[in-house]
Design a protein around this ligand. Structure first.
Ligand SMILES: Cc1ncc(COP(=O)(O)O)c(C=O)c1O
Length: 367
């Protein structure tokens, strides 16, 4: 008798990460490869955080605080919520997974937009759920169509705001109208992994909706992007106390490791690093827009730390071209955007190198 492999799990298309620097260096014998494929922080790790991690390292033989007291205390203070409204995760991916485990059973549904974060279908399908992808409109979430796709079996809606990989956003009014229209029994997940980079005046703060007592909203945030802790894995969810405690019941007890907790606490006390990060991203975005405007490519204006670019030609080929020149970009084929790449905004020098190689590529392709 074979093992009882579950067909709905076997059918899952695994997550494809940005190609790691070490792998490219090993495979191509290159040195100093630049990765602008996973929306990591271009400034690296903050010195303050590094000191905190080094200080915590000798205690790595001890289990971490399973309730993350200090980290929750700092988050609660910063965001104006109660500690009981916070759930910590091994990255915000962990929270997304807990949401699916807590709210999706075989035959139940989750809805989101097409061209959104690739982990949503994975966590939903891993529970035997059905994942409904609603076509986007101009690369943007079509919230009206999403609402029309909600039925009795729909338990969860995922909204990535700003959206990965398009960089588009749902504004305050659109979100408020949507939340007013969605039945209370449907959990709306506001995935705000990139919210720190949003500059639009009408960009909504998902935490507001938790604070005003919407029982069916959970906000997911991460230290991976603006705080530069992607390799340590720490994120969190914010929701009313009943929902937070529900998800807390079945998470792995020590899901956020000791170093990650210390690093996150230090990051919350490092406003300077956060503002420098935002500045580098904002300036870099302006530079890239200016350069891209002069080239025969199209791009989607972004509220995040990356830009989705349509090269008008095979993206896998472009990915390869860039990689051989020591630059790892994200090929968007896995999102069915076969002529697009996604580029993380880097340091000024990295942005210049990207534009230089892009020009070479377009010239070679006679575009
Ligand atoms: C939209 C979105 N949500 C969540 C995450 C997960 O981030 P992490 O698990 O590193 O906190 C990412 C990471 O790329 C993302 O793009």
């Amino acid at each position: 008798m074979p093992l009882p492999f579950k067909p709905y799990i076997e059918q899952i298309r695994s997550y494809e990460p940005g190609k790691p620097i070490e792998e490219v260096e090993r495979e191509l014998g290159l040195k100093k490869v630049i990765k602008i494929a996973s929306n990591e922080n271009p400034l690296g790790i903050s010195p303050k955080v590094l000191r905190a991690v080094k200080k915590a390292l000798p205690k790595a033989y001890l289990y971490p605080d399973m309730n993350g007291f200090c980290l929750k205390e700092r988050l609660a203070e910063k965001l104006g919520v109660d500690r009981g409204e916070i759930i910590l995760g091994n990255g915000s991916d962990d929270i997304l997974d807990l949401i699916a485990r807590g709210f999706i059973s075989p035959g139940e549904k989750a809805v989101s937009s097409k061209t959104s974060y690739l982990l949503y279908p994975i966590v939903v399908k891993s529970q035997g759920g059905e994942y409904i992808e609603v076509p986007a409109r101009d690369f943007k979430y079509d919230l009206d169509a999403i609402r029309d796709n909600i039925d009795k079996k729909t338990n969860v809606v995922f909204i990535s705001n700003p959206n990965n990989p398009t960089g588009t956003y749902v504004n305050r009014k659109e979100l408020t109208d949507f939340l007013d229209a969605v039945p209370d029994r449907v959990l709306v997940v506001m995935d705000e992994a990139y919210c720190d980079f949003a500059e639009a005046n009408d960009f909504p703060d998902g935490v507001f909706f938790v604070k005003v007592g919407r029982p069916n909203v959970i906000v997911c945030r991460t230290f991976s992007k603006s705080s530069g802790l992607a390799g340590l894995r720490v994120g969190y969810g914010l929701a009313n106390a009943r929902l937070a405690s529900y998800l807390n019941k079945f998470r792995q007890p020590f899901n956020v490791n000791r170093l990650a907790q210390e690093a996150a606490v230090a990051a919350l006390g490092d406003d300077d690093f956060l503002s420098r990060t935002k500045e580098v991203v904002s300036d870099g975005k302006e530079y890239l827009y200016r350069q891209l405007d002069r080239l025969p490519v199209r791009y989607v204006p972004s509220e995040a730390n990356f830009i989705l670019i349509d090269l008008g030609t095979d993206s896998a080929e472009a990915f390869d071209f860039f990689m051989r020149k020591g630059l790892v970009v994200r090929d968007m084929s896995s999102y069915e955007l076969y002529t697009f790449i996604r580029v993380t905004i880097g340091l000024p020098r990295q942005n210049r190198i990207f534009i230089k190689i892009l020009k070479k590529f377009l010239k070679e392709k006679k575009l």
